[in-house]
Write a protein that binds this ligand. Structure first.
Ligand SMILES: *[C@@H]1O[C@H](CO)[C@@H](O)[C@H](O)[C@H]1NC(C)=O
Ligand SMILES: *[C@@H]1O[C@H](CO)[C@@H](O)[C@H](O)[C@H]1NC(C)=O
Ligand SMILES: *[C@@H]1O[C@H](CO)[C@@H](O)[C@H](O)[C@H]1NC(C)=O
Ligand SMILES: *[C@@H]1O[C@H](CO)[C@@H](O)[C@H](O)[C@H]1NC(C)=O
Ligand SMILES: *[C@@H]1O[C@H](CO)[C@@H](O)[C@H](O)[C@H]1NC(C)=O
Ligand SMILES: *[C@@H]1O[C@H](CO)[C@@H](O)[C@H](O)[C@H]1NC(C)=O
Ligand SMILES: *[C@@H]1O[C@H](CO)[C@@H](O)[C@H](O)[C@H]1NC(C)=O
Ligand SMILES: *[C@@H]1O[C@H](CO)[C@@H](O)[C@H](O)[C@H]1NC(C)=O
Ligand SMILES: *[C@@H]1O[C@H](CO)[C@@H](O)[C@H](O)[C@H]1NC(C)=O
Ligand SMILES: *[C@@H]1O[C@H](CO)[C@@H](O)[C@H](O)[C@H]1NC(C)=O
Length: 471
């Protein structure tokens, strides 16, 4: 059954709210700014998303607040958001905040908060990477709460078995209730898996160590009794080729690692942060949550949700510019889009060059400060999301801003195009706009640094939500 926003309006006029069985489908545009139900930018980086207890009910998204941060990663808060269906997120509030003059003050580093429900003590246990500004503390922090939405009470920071711990995750096996810490140790060279104690407040035993791998950002999918340990190579905030190991037990033996995406794609400019198995009523579904870090402006880092395809013993991220998920059934689908290739556009013909990435139409617009990508929209009127398909052979991890003008009026905001060294992969940068039939759309580079962008095409998606005011 499909409810349009008009139908929803009628329901609220009648004075009753929709029961949760009418939960909406979630729509994802990877890398696009996400706002909560109050319209504020979601600040939940390096996060996790879990349901209360042992499943069922609302989803809770925990992550770090980086409001106002440039390159200065420091602890502001662990935020919590809540959703029935991944479609809209209500801001619950900060659930852990700095405590002056302690190891979790506002000058400490707190990253990758992860929350588990502990059956034994009927409480929620949060773990994170705890550090000081120069990363020499190299510890984990632990806090607990009787309710999922906090406040969480800090228990202390410590080094597992007295060893260093930096990037990490904790993960609970839903079948056995056994939980694990997976952490980078030994000066970041090793990735180690430890079993937690039954109360989830400490480590009890080392199960396996990958030596000399220099990996981070771990996460786990358990599918058909097999464990898939997802990880990223270490390269600061720069996107890397995320990969996974497979084993029949968390103690190993683990397979060699396999990439989750083509090796020129740098995991579509994301880094793994959490991996979710959704047992839908129609099918089991695998959800990848990645961070799209902007290391120069951490506050503007965004997120990417992608479907993960499981075949045999292999996983791959399904590359898409827009898709929907019915979290109740586990059924997902790519959204249709209209493709405006460079050849179809009204971009100056002089600007078109052959594209090395096999782009649709065979030509890309070579964009500098003096060349724009423009087109006339002939499709339906309404809220849209443009996914700008581009390659940018600039220096590693450089961000450039692209602005969009519709009928002579600049839309607020800018899409961030990121360069990755030595790749010609067609990445996407999203931008919300409102179009009408006949709208003249112009994309222009705002801060040309001497390296041209090649814009292959623009995908135009219908957006289920109106663009923010002014777009
Ligand atoms: C939700 O998505 C499913 C699967 O793609 C689709 O069959 C269904 O019609 C959608 N429901 C709504 C309310 O749009
Ligand atoms: C950090 O906390 C101290 C109080 O402990 C406060 O004076 C200071 O303004 C805070 N700094 C930031 C960046 O929030
Ligand atoms: C604070 O961090 C230090 C290491 O830098 C550690 O020895 C100490 O136990 C920590 N204290 C608390 C209360 O977490
Ligand atoms: C946590 O476990 C370690 C290693 O087993 C042990 O040395 C330490 O005392 C434990 N800490 C607490 C607070 O129980
Ligand atoms: C999903 O269902 C399978 C099969 O019943 C079960 O083994 C697994 O624990 C469930 N996963 C979650 C996350 O609840
Ligand atoms: C602690 O680190 C040392 C050095 O890397 C290693 O030999 C030892 O096995 C580690 N301890 C545990 C319990 O993992
Ligand atoms: C794009 O234009 C710039 C500046 O004119 C030029 O240096 C560069 O070679 C062009 N790129 C391609 C692929 O033609
Ligand atoms: C490119 O677009 C911007 C914004 O619409 C406009 O100011 C500029 O004049 C355009 N440049 C060219 C060469 O058309
Ligand atoms: C829109 O229609 C006009 C007039 O028919 C045409 O010139 C233009 O190429 C069309 N735009 C696209 C993107 O197809
Ligand atoms: C995304 O949010 C950031 C931070 O507020 C802003 O600078 C940027 O313009 C936004 N981008 C778009 C496309 O709205």
């Amino acid at each position: 059954m499909r409810f349009t926003s008009t139908a929803l309006g009628v329901f609220s006029l009648l004075g009753f709210s929709l029961p949760s069985v009418y939960a909406a489908n979630a729509t994802f545009f990877p890398l696009m700014n996400m706002t909560d139900s109050a319209g504020d930018l979601i600040q939940a980086h390096g996060g996790c998303i879990i349901q209360a207890g042992n499943g069922g009910g609302d989803w809770y998204w925990f992550g770090t607040d980086r409001t106002g941060q440039a390159a200065d990663a420091h602890f502001e808060a662990v935020n919590c958001y809540k959703s029935a269906d991944f479609s809209t997120w209500d801001f619950v509030g900060p659930v852990l905040t700095p405590i002056p003059n302690t190891n979790i003050s506002n000058s400490s580093v707190l990253q990758r908060p992860k929350v588990l429900y502990n059956d034994k003590n009927s409480e929620y246990v949060m773990w994170w990477h705890a550090d000081n500004a120069d990363y020499s503390e190299a510890a984990v922090g632990v806090a607990t709460s009787k309710t999922i939405d906090g406040k969480y009470e800090w228990k202390g920071n410590f080094q597992p078995f007295g060893n260093q711990s930096r990037d990490m995750t904790v993960w609970k096996d839903p079948d056995t209730q056994v939980a694990y810490l997976i952490y980078a140790t030994n000066n970041n060279a090793d990735l180690s898996i430890a079993r937690l104690t039954d109360d989830y407040l400490n480590v009890s035993k080392t199960l396996y160590t990958f030596h000399g791998v220099y990996e981070e950002a771990p996460g786990v999918f358990k599918i058909d009794g097999k464990f898939y340990l997802v990880e990223s190579p270490q390269n600061g905030w720069t996107p890397t080729n995320n990969a996974y190991y497979v084993a029949s037990s968390m103690s190993g033996p683990w397979s060699k690692s396999t990439l989750l995406a083509p090796d020129t794609a740098y995991t579509y400019l994301t880094q793994n942060t959490y991996d979710i198995v959704i047992n839908g009523t129609s099918q089991q579904f695998y959800l990848y949550l990645g961070d799209h870090w902007n290391g120069n402006q951490l506050a503007t880092s965004s997120y990417a949700f992608y479907p993960v395809i499981h075949k045999g013993n292999s996983l791959s991220i399904h590359y898409t510019g827009g898709w929907t998920l019915d979290a109740a059934t586990g059924v997902w689908t790519d959204l249709p889009y209209e493709l405006i290739t460079a050849k179809m556009s009204t971009t100056s013909r002089k600007t078109l060059v052959a594209c090395g990435d096999g782009c649709a139409g065979g030509k890309a617009a070579n964009m500098t400060s003096s060349t724009n990508f423009s087109f006339t929209w002939n499709g339906s009127a309404g809220a849209k999301v443009l996914q700008i398909v581009y390659t940018y052979p600039g220096p590693n991890n450089d961000f450039q801003q692209i602005g969009v003008t519709v009928d002579g009026k600049a839309a607020p905001g800018n899409a961030l195009m990121e360069s990755t060294l030595g790749t010609s992969f067609g990445q996407m940068a999203p931008f919300p706009v409102t179009l009408k039939k006949g709208s003249k759309v112009v994309l222009n580079l705002l801060d040309y640094d001497g390296t041209a962008f090649l814009v292959d095409a623009v995908r135009v998606y219908d957006s289920p939500t109106a663009a923010p005011p002014g777009y």
